[in-house]
Design a protein around this ligand. Structure first.
Ligand SMILES: Nc1ncnc2c1ncn2[C@@H]1O[C@H](COP(=O)(O)OP(=O)(O)O)[C@@H](O)[C@H]1O
Ligand SMILES: [Mg+2]
Length: 256
């Protein structure tokens, strides 16, 4: 099949219906979207508009009801569960509102775990990579701490390290700052901006316009449909306020 080299991830006529409810809940109603290689894309929309469901459907965390999802031209919907798990582990990184770390492991071991699982024979390489990540994101000094002994911002930076530990080509983040105060939010957004600048493709759901203003492009969901999108171009600290103001005006027009 033909495939645009600049496109990393693509969905075609994606739908998702939850059959656990009566009547079934149709949440995603036919979404065509694409993410360019190296792009920082933000997904916005009211609560319940289907943002998380879309993220889970395009990242293979959940299977869509119909339609296709292509990662670098490969149809993820045709993969078995085992193949899909492998793709998630080795090609994708995930960050959620909560860290979902194991209580009985320290921060460093939590980050190391998926890297060792992905490549058990390359233990030394994984350890060196994880230690470099801890250093880079300023949490090396809390690597041996338990997960309840660090701040929320440090824990989310640890989530970013874990997501990067297997050197993914694409990172998915669902409200990564949703549980953080404003200074921790900036801390985590600075880290994500850095990850994006380094070349990692990033797809992030957020309801915070200040966070969304960091993106290259924002798309807007309403009732499981993609209603509009806006190119913002490359973020810079100096233009942060103007970008946020322009984005807010656009969001208000859509009833956000
Ligand atoms: N597992 C599920 N079973 C049934 N309905 C669900 C499930 N997950 C989400 N929904 C429903 O789908 C809609 C969209 O949810 P979600 O994708 O979480 O929206 P958002 O992230 O934009 O807030 C909501 O009405 C929600 O109640
Ligand atoms: Mg959500």
């Amino acid at each position: 099949m033909s495939h645009d080299d600049h496109v990393t991830l693509e969905s075609r006529d994606l739908t998702k219906t939850y059959h656990s409810t009566d009547p079934p809940t149709q949440v995603i109603n036919g979404i065509d979207m694409s993410v360019r290689k190296g792009e920082f894309l933000v997904v916005m929309g009211a609560s319940g508009s289907g943002k998380s469901t879309l993220l889970y459907s395009i990242s293979g965390m959940d299977r869509p009801t119909s339609g296709n999802v292509f990662l670098e031209g490969r149809d993820l919907t045709s993969l078995s569960d085992t193949e899909m798990s492998r793709v998630r582990l080795t090609r994708m990184g995930f960050i959620f509102q909560q860290a979902y770390f194991l209580n009985n492991l320290n921060i460093r071991d939590n980050i190391l775990l998926p890297a060792l699982k992905a490549a058990p024979k390359e233990r030394e390489t994984a350890i060196a990579r994880v230690d470099a990540l801890l250093e880079r994101f300023g949490i090396a000094h809390v690597g041996r701490h338990g997960i309840t002994q660090v701040s929320g911002g440090q824990l989310q930076r640890a989530s970013i390290c874990r997501a990067l530990a297997c050197e993914p080509s694409i990172l998915f983040a669902d409200e990564p700052t949703g549980a953080l105060n404003s200074s921790m939010t900036i801390e985590v957004m600075d880290a994500l901006t850095d990850v994006h600048r380094e070349g990692t493709t990033l797809v992030m759901v957020t309801h915070d316009p200040a966070c969304a203003a960091r993106a290259d492009r924002v798309i807007y969901l309403r009732d499981g449909l993609l209603v509009d999108g806006r190119e913002l171009g490359t973020w810079s600290e100096e233009q942060a306020m103007q970008r946020e103001d322009a984005l807010l005006a656009w969001l208000r027009k859509m009833g956000f």
